[in-house]
Design a protein around this ligand. Structure first.
Ligand code: HAM
Length: 413
């Protein structure tokens, strides 16, 4: 035998109960998002590499180390999407969605790809449910989107804490960045080498470090939230006021750092202690500069994405049961297969859940199989004609093949 080929590291197959739980989650998300005006969008699995380099940011881990990039010939470089915000913004521009009433609200359920070290809750291909609301900088857009994620998490039985902060607009952030860089340089001796190496490129990531020395230094570092200008501070206060109005609890967390560069103003993350190291169930924020970064006019946007696997790990979503089976069609000998096939197909066309014996079992084996599958009725085709068995009462009688559907529908046997 030749060597067995396995699924690539960091990937998984979705089977059985897990598949049912995913369906239940997607249904729960749809029930929350669509009444709030979010329409479904699906974008391609791969995009021009430049979209992520410019959109997500050259200095991010995602772009520097985690992208699956390939040469597609004709000097075109493509990348399996590591996230959904830049692609949705690209689609917004490409389809002239600025002409629609703003904000345009879109949601997606898609798989994403990041070459990360696999561990519990961290995969190389994973799924996200996400939303993007593009075209308005109203704080109510932020608050509404966050509230919808809270509702989905609640429906999925996830206990999560909402952390929220504001990064302000880029100019303000630049001023703050200078201040922080100066502080980091002054304290470089007490920082871990990787934080020191990133002082110029991405000083904010220092807040993310696990290194004890760095953590002590960062506890005294200047905070972005204290450096916001008036408009940004007012925007943030309005978002918090709306969350209060909706009774959604949150912690303002000045250390909140997101791994993607496009954020402006509001950033948020839901974390769950049931997840171990990968505690982020979902997160997002406002990205008022992203569309300009990818070649469009200045256009504000806000969104979030939540990891499907992490929600299922942390949550307690009731599995939707497989639909009940109305009819199992059994037949006594191969010559009756076509008639049995026809009966099962007719029953499905009439709207019943119907299955046919497909593995050449003996009649006894077929009845056992029908029982295992939870069939309500079994039609048995043999030389005498068709008989119908009620699996609940055990009653069985000879019927005209053409009346099987009538008996099932009426429950008359
Ligand atoms: P993100 O924080 O990179 O944001 O990912 C969002 C969520 O996806 C995380 O909270 C986590 O649940 C899940 N996730 C991320 N990486 C992995 C992985 N390797 N394995 C399993 N789950 C993972 C974004 O992607 C932004 N596009 C969110 C956003 C939308 N911001 C604005 N709009």
């Amino acid at each position: 035998m030749s060597e067995r080929i396995q699924a690539p590291r960091g990937t998984f197959d979705v089977l059985g109960d897990d598949a049912l739980a995913r369906d239940a989650l997607v249904e729960a998300a749809r029930r929350v998002l669509e009444p709030a005006g979010y329409g479904r969008i699906e974008t391609p699995t791969f995009e021009a590499t430049a979209l992520f380099a410019r959109g997500v940011g050259e200095s991010t881990d995602v772009v520097q180390k985690e992208m699956y990039t390939f040469d597609a010939g004709e000097s075109e470089s493509l990348t399996l999407r590591p996230e959904g915000t830049a692609p949705v913004c690209r689609a917004y521009l490409e389809h002239g969605m600025h002409k629609l009433p703003q904000p345009v609200k879109l949601w997606y359920l898609s798989s994403f790809f990041r070459r990360e070290r696999p561990q519990k809750g961290r995969f190389r291909q994973f799924w996200q449910i996400g939303v993007e609301a593009i075209g308005s900088d109203d704080p109510a857009v932020d608050a509404e989107a966050i509230l919808l994620l809270a509702e989905i998490l609640e429906a999925a039985g996830v206990q999560a804490r909402l952390r929220i902060s504001s990064l302000g607009m880029p100019l303000n952030r630049l001023r703050y960045r200078d201040k922080l860089q100066q502080y980091l340089r002054d304290n470089a001796a007490r920082l871990s080498p990787d934080v020191v190496a990133r002082i110029e490129l991405n000083p904010l990531r220092a807040f993310d470090s696990d290194d004890p020395g760095t953590r002590t230094v960062m506890a005294g570092a200047p905070r972005l939230l204290d450096a916001l200008d008036r408009e940004d501070a007012e925007h943030f206060a309005a978002v918090l006021g709306l969350l209060d109005a909706a009774d959604l609890p949150y912690d303002v967390d000045t250390t909140l750092v997101r791994g993607l560069d496009y954020y402006t103003r509001t950033v948020c993350e839901f974390t769950s202690s049931d997840l171990g190291a990968q505690s982020g169930v979902g997160g997002g924020g406002r990205y008022d500069g992203l569309i300009e970064q990818i070649g469009g006019p200045p256009t504000p946007g806000m969104g979030w994405a939540a990891g499907v696997e992490r929600i299922l790990l942390a949550g307690s979503l009731a599995r939707t049961a497989a639909p009940p089976l109305d009819l199992f069609v059994a037949y006594a000998k191969p010559e009756l297969r076509a008639a049995a096939f026809r009966l099962a197909a007719d029953a499905r066309r009439a709207g019943h859940a119907a299955r046919l014996e497909l593995a050449g079992r003996s009649l006894k084996g077929q009845l056992k199989q029908a029982d295992r599958a939870g069939a309500r009725y079994v039609a048995i085709l043999d030389d005498e004609g068709t008989s119908l068995k009620d699996m609940e009462t055990g009653a069985q009688q000879q019927v005209e093949t053409g009346t099987v559907m009538h008996h099932i529908a009426q429950g008359t046997l």
